[in-house]
Design a binder for this molecule. Structure first.
Ligand code: LLP
Length: 411
């Protein structure tokens, strides 16, 4: 903020828009680093490995910032693994999550030397064992158990309940560990949980973790000693009026849980490290006041930021150069031919056509969930580093979008 005008680390957003166009994602290196360091520092004294959940935002520049700080990665697909390798990340400091890893992905991760496979079913364990044996190797494994607790978050991002497709039912875990122990392609290294996302309470974590530790002890009694306990990700942020769990409180819970234990902590934070380090910059194309609702039609759309359409998510919205005057109540909508194409409802703003708007908390699950619907080239991405804006992904062109396609041959 300078003279009421919005900027990122002292660089006016209007300047970035003039230079790079809109819609445009703008990230702050400083904010990324601050978030990582704050989490890491809060865990001082607890042997731990932060594996940034790159599904939140897998731009190479973001991965690089975290890799340089010593972060490992929580990888969710072969494509994400390729991205982590592209920035020179150490695969041994990474975990491979996901409920549907293909044989090719398992092989790819094994070849890369992944630190741990977070296995989500008996069938996946069998497949991984076979893949590893085929190349005379042992795959390092955690079982992702489903502790059956309610994280009290949006149902689409809640994953730790019994009915969820994720993880291994808590009551089946012990038997599956026994089975894993007998497999020559498998090396048991840990245990894993991830109960959901945008969680703003500690209690569900503590409840789930206590169950997981009880299982650890039962395993130890059978001679299965684990190197690490992975508590997953899920720490929420403030989009509107939520009260996020402060890192020191999370760390205090972790300290209590790990006190006197030999296992190392692994965690997989995504949103909390990147969401608030990014904004989506968009320009008002048209104002269309109506009899019932007033629409501000902007140049960003649901293909750029799908969270409002998909989860009814609320993102903060602010004019880059606030105008004096009496606000009107606007719906911010995009140009896509869908009624679900909205970015925000009922915002009291003073707007004129051509105005720039910053949509906040857009660093996580925004660009990474974007699409080319309506043949819309994806937004460019810019990272501000010490007052300089670097393009970290150029804007797509229409030709980029059909570069992989070809009509049938003329006969
Ligand atoms: N670990 C696993 C196994 C996950 O599935 C996820 C996220 C994370 C870690 C990171 O969770 P986080 O710290 O970011 O909450 N698209 C949704 C969020 C989906 C989360 C998917 N899994 C959204 O826009 O809110």
């Amino acid at each position: 903020m300078r003279g009421g005008e919005l900027g990122v680390d002292g660089l006016p957003l209007a300047e970035i828009a003039a230079r790079h166009g809109t819609p445009c994602y703008v990230y702050s290196r400083r904010a990324l680093e601050e978030a990582y360091r704050a989490l890491d520092a809060s865990l001082a004294g607890v042997p731990h490995l932060v594996c940034y959940a790159m599904k939140a935002n897998a731009n190479l520049a973001i991965l690089d910032v975290f890799a340089r700080l010593g972060s490992g990665f929580d990888i969710g697909s072969g494509g994400e693994l390729a991205r982590a390798l592209a920035v020179g990340a150490d695969p041994r400091r990474s975990v491979f999550s996901g409920v549907g890893k293909s044989a090719a992905e398992l092989r790819q991760a094994l070849d890369a030397g992944i630190g741990c496979f977070n296995v989500e079913s008996a069938a996946e364990l069998e497949r991984l064992d076979a893949v590893a044996r085929a190349s005379a190797r042992r795959a390092p494994v955690s079982l992702r158990v489903n502790p059956d607790v309610d994280p009290r978050t949006h149902p689409y991002i809640s994953t730790g309940l019994k009915e969820s497709k994720f993880g291994i039912a808590f009551d089946d875990a012990l038997a599956l560990y026994r089975r894993a122990r007998s497999m020559t392609g498998i090396e048991i290294v840990g245990i894993d949980m991830h109960i959901g996302s945008q969680i703003t309470e500690l209690a569900p974590y503590a409840e789930a973790a206590r169950k997981v530790f009880a299982l650890c002890d039962a395993l130890a009694a059978e001679g299965i000693a684990l190197d690490h306990v992975d508590l997953g990700g899920g720490l929420g942020i403030r989009y509107r009026d939520e009260t996020p769990v402060p890192f020191p409180e999370y760390a205090a819970m972790v300290r209590e849980l790990f006190a006197g234990r030999r296992e190392r902590l692994v965690l997989e934070p995504g949103r909390r490290l990147v969401a608030e380090a990014g904004v989506l910059l968009t320009r008002v194309e048209y104002l269309k006041p109506g009899p019932v609702r007033h629409y501000a039609i902007v140049d960003a759309a649901m293909n750029d930021l799908v969270r409002p359409a998909l989860y009814d998510a609320w993102h903060p919205v602010a004019p880059v150069r606030p105008r004096p005057g009496t606000p009107m109540r606007w719906d911010l909508v995009g140009p896509v031919c869908e009624s679900a194409d909205f970015l925000a409802h009922d915002r009291d703003l003073v707007l004129e056509a051509g105005d720039l708007i910053a949509i906040g908390a857009a660093g996580a699950y925004a660009m990474s969930m974007s699409s080319n619907y309506n043949a819309r080239p994806r937004a460019c991405e810019v990272m501000v580093d010490r007052g300089v804006a670097h393009v970290v992904r150029r804007r797509e062109t229409a030709a980029d979008l059909y570069a992989l396609e070809s009509p049938l041959p003329r006969s």
